[in-house]
Design a binder for this molecule. Sequence first.
Ligand SMILES: [Zn+2]
Length: 186
Amino acid sequence: MVKKVTSSTILECVRCGTRFGEQDVRELCYFPSTQVCLHCYELGQSSSYALWCFGKSNVLGPAGSISEYGFNLDAKACRDECPDRKICALFVSGVLGGAMGNRKVVCPFRQDQSMTAKAWMMCATKAVMIEELVRWVGRQGGDPGRILRIMRSGKRYDVRWLVDEQIGFLKITYQGGGVAAKHLST
Ligand SMILES: [Zn+2]
């Protein structure tokens, strides 16, 4: 239920502190029910799953199990409890936001917790600074060159993805394939 907005109500985003007017509420740039602005929700949607599940679909591993938890109408938290649940559903369905709207991602690597799988998931859910990725792999004792080759290859097993590299950032866009894709397409 949306709180009544009066001219004396202070409309301020609790995340970034930006102030908004009633016009912004009408244009869905600010949501009085949660006191969060559209920009912050968009940032949330493009952030990693670990940071905020907002606006994201579940990610399925190759075996069809959920490897990253996003919006799920069957989950009590998503259905009844989360303060963002109504707005999250709009982002997931692509009515608001867009970048991640209803995007299916199937990780090609079977061990969800392996370094390669984590690196792949990072690049598939947001643009990752290559320098940071290299540092991160190095800290885990991995071979950054090998991981980068895999990320840039665009194909592993039967999973295909697009590679987008710009100004030192790498982004993967899942294209298709993977065992779970068969479940999704039915
Ligand atoms: Zn904000």
